[in-house]
Design a binder for this molecule. Structure first.
Ligand code: NAD
Length: 322
């Protein structure tokens, strides 16, 4: 546990890094989920760090580079030594489209570092690789990222995406230890926990596992998901019913969802998108409560029952190639 913080520190595979069990997802700072002022964005980053969150994730894609710029301002405002926090950003996905070429990702990291006001990132991830050719990722993008690692621009490298099959496809085709980290999203939350089946494989390869979107990108919140959310209407309706049920009982679905996702300790960190000081405080409090009193098992069973007809339902992502 970080000194004075309710958040546990968990090892990230074989990297030697220790990440707070809740990580700060900075996509909302790119106004992906609605408006956020610069002041609130900076204050959210500072409050997160104060409460023991040491891991911050962004991408040039989020808000067409706005997220990286906002996070950069927030990290600068912390005024602490660089080794006190861990930053990941991504490459290959941009506002203008996908480009996983060696040339583009090599240029991309320099642009990201400038926006973040950093000399290096801790983790550089190929963003949503199912939209590119997986063979290009193996043969061109990963070798380019390894060069960036050698050049000291990133300490570790990884891959992200939605379909779980992309991870095994790539990991089975590169030498052991080449890829340090995977970032999976929307696959370890109350409505979809399919990442669980992949954890033994990832563990056997010494991979660090980042599980993003424990609130299923807004499905498991009282206010509901943003317009662009790709879930089928059936899944949206079921999550809305689950949220309304919690509200009726005076409970909060987001708290339950955070506690559910935190409970699996084979996951190094859960990345929650946060855009206000209040959300940061609520989510850290949810983790603290999990440590002291545990989660509300009765409510969880009721919510799982409501969500059972849509359990593990996902949506298509990327080009079909597996
Ligand atoms: P999420 O499930 O974390 O949900 C975020 C939404 O929930 C936002 O609208 C946020 O404001 C809201 N929220 C947060 N705390 C809340 C609370 N206590 N009460 C009510 N609402 C609350 O989804 P996400 O932001 O998409 O995922 C988290 C992070 O993971 C992202 O910011 C990003 O950094 C990363 N991510 C990466 C990928 C990828 O690499 N392909 C995909 C998805 C997410």
């Amino acid at each position: 546990m970080a000194a004075g913080s309710p958040l546990e520190l968990r090892p990230l595979g074989n990297t030697g890094l220790k990440l707070s069990s809740i990580g700060f997802g900075a996509s909302p700072l790119g106004r992906v989920f609605g408006p956020v002022s610069e002041e609130e964005a900076i204050a959210s980053v500072c409050e997160a760090f104060r409460l023991g969150i040491n891991f911050f994730d962004t991408s040039p894609y989020y808000g067409a580079t706005l997220s990286e710029k906002m996070l950069g301002k927030g990290l600068k405002a912390l005024g602490v030594a660089r080794d006190q926090y861990i930053v990941s950003t991504k490459c290959g996905r941009y506002q203008e489209g996908f480009d996983f070429s060696a040339e583009r990702v090599t240029k991309s990291i320099d642009e990201s570092l400038e926006r973040l006001h950093l000399d290096y990132v801790d983790i550089l991830l190929c963003h949503d690789i199912e939209f590119g050719s997986l063979d290009q990722i193996v043969n061109e993008t990963i070798p380019a990222l390894l060069k960036l690692k050698e050049a000291g621009k990133t300490r570790f490298i990884g891959i992200t995406g939605l379909p779980l099959g992309i991870f095994t496809y790539v990991l089975d085709r590169v030498p052991p230890g080449t890829i340090d980290v995977i970032l999976s999203y929307c696959h370890y939350s109350i409505n979809d926990s399919t990442l669980e089946g992949l954890l033994p494989y990832l563990k056997s390869k010494g991979l660090g596992v980042i599980s993003a979107s424990p609130l299923s990108m807004g499905l498991l919140t009282e206010s509901g998901p943003p317009e662009w959310h790709p879930a089928l209407p059936e899944l949206k309706v079921a999550c809305q019913s689950a949220s309304a049920y919690c509200k009726e009982k005076g409970k909060n679905i987001s708290k339950l969802a955070i506690q559910f996702s935190l409970s699996n300790k084979d996951i190094s960190t859960i990345l929650v998108g946060m855009n206000s000081v209040t959300q940061v405080e609520q989510n850290v409090a949810a983790a603290a409560e999990l440590e002291t009193v545990g989660k509300d098992e009765k409510l969880l069973a009721e919510i799982e029952k409501i969500l059972e007809p849509v359990k593990n339902q996902t949506w298509p992502s990327g080009i079909q190639q597996l």
